[in-house]
Design a protein around this ligand. Structure first.
Ligand code: NAD
Ligand code: ZN
Length: 368
């Protein structure tokens, strides 16, 4: 048994603890009592996680407070305003008031959507994140970004709303399909690549244990990834814009995700995105060629894609990135790798633009 670890997210009055452990959820009532006391709880989850964990949690929590389970259909394509309406209406119908709190139980889709419901319901009620995918544990449950996708791009409607606590129980990962485990580890590789070379290599070295869902190996990775994400978000307060380095692989990744019609998992799209963006950095003389090689080898070792999905053209992607940025009213900018463990700065900025012909050339060379 691995002892649980607690990482503090120091945000003044909105600071909170991230607790990582094996078998943690057995004491969810105690965790809620300490971190998010409320008169009643609404568990929000998706149709896959509800029978695996949601129903048991409902029974468990009902002993300590009135509790309801609200479910929406699983899948990234349901991270929409329609689902937000439906869930909000369910909370109203269940009589959840200002003294209620939300438990977001599931992957990143549940976390983003339930967090956005919590941010807006009666002008904002407390919530906790109970992530159940590797991706949500290493990345999306921490940081307070909530929201939904629109046809013009991902996460375009949303709010910052910090959770009262994040409780990551690695035992819940035993039912997670292998491709989902690998996709989540793509974000962990990202954390290593942007901030900690030794961590990057240790993820690669542990790949068999990680892919076999070994609780100890997963625990170590989740803890280190959260530490890195928390440190970057904290630095951002001093160094405006540093948080952008967490977007490594995402400028291209989001475009791949949207263009592939969500056939690819978020982490898979980010994996390709990291390879493309590393190649872009190499093409303009910023990224160490050795790092590009190591990164793409690591991605392949996890069975993740290192080339663009078949049938997806470079022009389609360029267009996707441009319309996403237009929707956000900015230019297409990239956070670029300098070497493994360090991101490149451009003056005081952590992102830069790439000449169109370079972009077209690199995208062309990575098409399959
Ligand atoms: N807010 C942020 O800072 C942030 C950061 C990174 C990613 N994200 C978002 O996270 C989302 C991706 O998250 P995800 O990959 O966790 O997707 P997801 O929530 O869709 O989960 C993936 C699939 O696994 C299933 N599942 C979840 N837990 C399970 C378990 N324990 N056993 C079996 N099946 C389980 C889900 O039902 C779903 O079908 C994207 O929408 C992305 O934009 C947000
Ligand atoms: Zn991501």
């Amino acid at each position: 048994v691995t002892a649980s670890a607690t990482i503090r997210v120091p945000l003044g009055a909105s600071g909170y603890d991230v607790v990582v452990g094996d078998g943690l959820l057995a004491d969810l009532p105690g965790l809620l009592e300490r971190h998010c006391h409320a008169a009643r709880y609404a568990i929000i989850t998706d149709t896959t996680v509800a029978p695996l964990l949601g129903e048991r949690m409902l029974a468990n929590l009902s002993h300590v407070a009135p509790c309801t389970l609200c479910t929406f259909p699983a899948g990234e394509w349901n991270k929409t305003r329609e689902a937000w309406i439906d869930l909000s209406d369910k909370l109203l119908a269940a009589g959840v008031g200002r003294d209620g709190a939300i438990v977001a139980l599931g992957g990143g889709v549940v976390g983003d959507l339930a967090g956005f419901v919590a941010a807006t319901y009666m002008r904002g009620i407390p919530y906790v994140q109970v992530p159940t995918t590797v991706l949500a544990m290493v990345d999306s449950s921490v940081g307070g970004k909530t929201g939904v996708d629109t046809r013009l791009g991902k996460n375009l409607i949303g709010a910052f709303h910090q959770p009262r606590g994040v409780f990551a129980d690695v035992a819940t990962l035993q039912t997670l399909p292998k491709p989902q485990v690998a996709a989540g580890l793509a974000e962990a590789l990202k954390h290593g690549a942007i901030a900690d070379e030794a961590y990057f290599h240790s993820i690669v070295a542990q790949r068999e244990r990680l892919l076999a869902r070994d609780a100890g190996a997963l625990h170590d990775v989740i803890r280190r990834s959260i530490e890195i994400k928390v440190a970057v978000v904290q630095d951002d307060e001093r160094e405006q814009g540093k948080r952008a380095i967490l977007n490594f692989g995402h400028t291209v990744g989001h475009a791949v995700e949207a263009a592939a019609g969500y056939q690819l998992l978020h982490g898979e799209a980010v994996a390709v995105g990291m390879v493309v963006e590393a190649e872009l950095g190499k093409a303009i003389g910023i990224t160490d060629p050795g790092a590009v090689h190591a990164l793409s080898e690591a991605i392949r070792a996890f069975g993740l894609p290192a080339t663009l999905p078949a049938g997806l053209s470079g022009a389609q992607l360029t267009q996707g990135m441009a319309s996403d940025k237009k929707a956000r009213s900015g230019s297409v900018r990239f956070a670029l790798l300098q070497r493994l463990g360090a991101m490149a700065k451009s003056g005081s900025a952590w992102t830069r633009t790439i000449p169109e012909d370079t972009l077209a050339q690199v995208l062309g060379s990575l098409s399959s």
